[in-house]
Structures are given as structure tokens and as C-alpha cells.
Ligand binder design. Sequence first.
Ligand SMILES: NC(=O)C1=CN([C@@H]2O[C@H](COP(=O)(O)OP(=O)(O)OC[C@H]3O[C@@H](n4cnc5c(N)ncnc54)[C@H](OP(=O)(O)O)[C@@H]3O)[C@@H](O)[C@H]2O)C=CC1
Ligand SMILES: O=C(O)C1=N[C@H](C(=O)O)C[C@H](O)C1
Length: 269
Amino acid sequence: MSDLPGIVVTGASGRMGQMLIKTVVESDKARLVGAVEREGHDWVGRDVGEAMGSVALGVTVTDEPLEAFSKAQAVIDFTAPAATLQFAKLAAQARAVHVIGTTGMSDEDIAQLEPCGRHAVIVRAGNMSLGVNLLTLLTQKVAAALDEDFDIEVIEYHHRHKVDAPSGTALMLGEAAAAGRGVALNDVADRGRDGITGARKRGDIGFTAIRGGDIIGEHDVMFAADGEQIVLRHKATDRSLFAKGALKAALWGQDQKPGEYDMLDVLGL
Ligand SMILES: NC(=O)C1=CN([C@@H]2O[C@H](COP(=O)(O)OP(=O)(O)OC[C@H]3O[C@@H](n4cnc5c(N)ncnc54)[C@H](OP(=O)(O)O)[C@@H]3O)[C@@H](O)[C@H]2O)C=CC1
Ligand SMILES: O=C(O)C1=N[C@H](C(=O)O)C[C@H](O)C1
């Protein structure tokens, strides 16, 4: 038996689930020890490699997360808010590092992670890429340098299947812009315009969500003043970017004390 950290992937059949399984299997720093799907899913009981239409990997998809987590050092979870809250409790019980990529979690959902972080390491980020995490720091710096003559708008572009808006990344960028301005995002966020909205309020941070086709994930932070605009931009062209970041977080988490962390901690930014 290898002593490489064992990883369980939840939401195994999903876009990110499949990418994560491929990334873990191809890594020489970790091994895949479990794949979880919800009860009743037609992948349950099948070899996960075969279910993905490839070679057998010797890992059977299960609908019993606690049993899978108990055999693992880390759980990588890109699913949905309700599932992630359930997995957080089980990962804490199993003392496994819980890497959370799931977006669309409310403030109340996030608060529920706190007791879990007392027992296990949690790394959560709306975007696991180096580029976006660096962009949050640039956004904060530009927002701090400019005054409210510059309107800030975060524009995000995603595929037609995405179910949450604004994206987790857009909210990270909005938080960074608000921090640069020394304000709370909740006090200035303008999330959804329709009808007679009135003119833009000075100091607001706006969000625009585009959905279409197979766009993997693109984010612009626009600073628009009279006579000039600055646009900071990140474009993801491959989902493996997020999966590699998540695996890095799972490995980094092995050496940390229980608590809640983000990708800036993992990347040392
Ligand atoms: N942080 C980051 O870097 C990134 C985050 N994401 C986020 O990851 C999440 C997943 O995205 P994506 O893979 O595109 O979505 P998909 O819909 O393709 O996959 C989600 C998977 O989670 C499964 N799932 C949902 N609920 C449960 C449950 N209770 N138990 C077990 N499995 C469950 C779904 O199963 P079923 O089909 O049966 O519902 C599905 O297999 C989203 O929140 C997305 O925003 C995505 C990319 C990068
Ligand atoms: O749902 C997606 O696909 C993505 N979700 C994340 C988000 O909400 O920001 C990250 C990435 O943009 C892809």
C-alpha cells in the first residue's frame, strides 16, 4: 500500500468531479481512494474509471461518504452547497482535509463550516487558480489607488450549465475591490439590474453575469471613469487548472492545523 495521501472526490460524475479524478490519478503525489455520488445515481457501484468511459481504476463509486472519507487523507468537493455542508461534517468527523470548490454558498452556509474547521483543515475558494488569486490582490491594489470617480463592475462569463450567479470568483473579486476601498461588499454590491433601475450609485460595485455555450470561466474587473477605463482580466481555457489547484490545496492541507484557509494561504500570496 502506497503512503501517498489518499484522496476522495465527491460529485464524481460532474464536470469538475471527472476532471479531479483524472488529475489525482495522473499525479505522482496522491492516490485516488474514493469517488462519491448521491444515493440512486447510476454510477454508484460501478468502477469510476469505467463509468467515465475509460480504463478501470479499481475504485468503486459509493453513496456512503463517511465510509469513503474514513479511508482518506483529503476530500475534494466541487458539488452543491447542501451537499458540501453535509460533506464538511463528515470530513471533520473523519479528520480529513476538506477542499471546497463549491460556489453559490450563502453567508449562513459558510458560517456552518466554522465548527467543522475546529476539527479538520478546510480550504475553500471560489477559484483555485493561481491567476485568479493573484488577480484578487491586483484588484485590491487598483481599487485602493482609485477613488469613487471610478465605477467598479465585475463581469463574469460562464457556460450555459452554471447554476449560481454571481460566480464564486466574481464575489472574490468584488470582496477584493471592496477591501481596497475600505468598505463592506454587502453595503455596496449591486447584483442584478432590470427595469427602471435609476442611475448607478456612486461607490457601488456592480456584477454582471453572462451565461452561454461552453465558456469555462472568464472574469473582468472594470474600473470606469469619465474619459478612461481600466480592465483587469482572467480567462480560464482548461478546467484542469482548477483541479490542479484543488489537489495542491489537498496536499498543502496535510501539514496544517485544523482551521479554515483559502487559496491565498495555499499559494503563499
Ligand atoms: N472553485 C473553483 O475553482 C471552481 C468551482 N466550481 C464549482 O464547482 C461546483 C460544481 O461544478 P460542476 O462540476 O461544473 O457542476 P456539475 O453539475 O457538473 O457537478 C456537480 C456534481 O455534484 C454532484 N452532487 C450534487 N449534490 C450531491 C450530493 N448531495 N451528493 C453527491 N453528489 C452531489 C452532482 O450530482 P447530480 O448530477 O446527481 O446532481 C454532480 O455530479 C459548482 O459550484 C461550481 O461553481 C467549478 C469550477 C472551478
Ligand atoms: O461553475 C463553473 O464552471 C466555475 N465556477 C467557479 C466560479 O463560480 O467562479 C470558478 C470557475 O469560474 C468555473
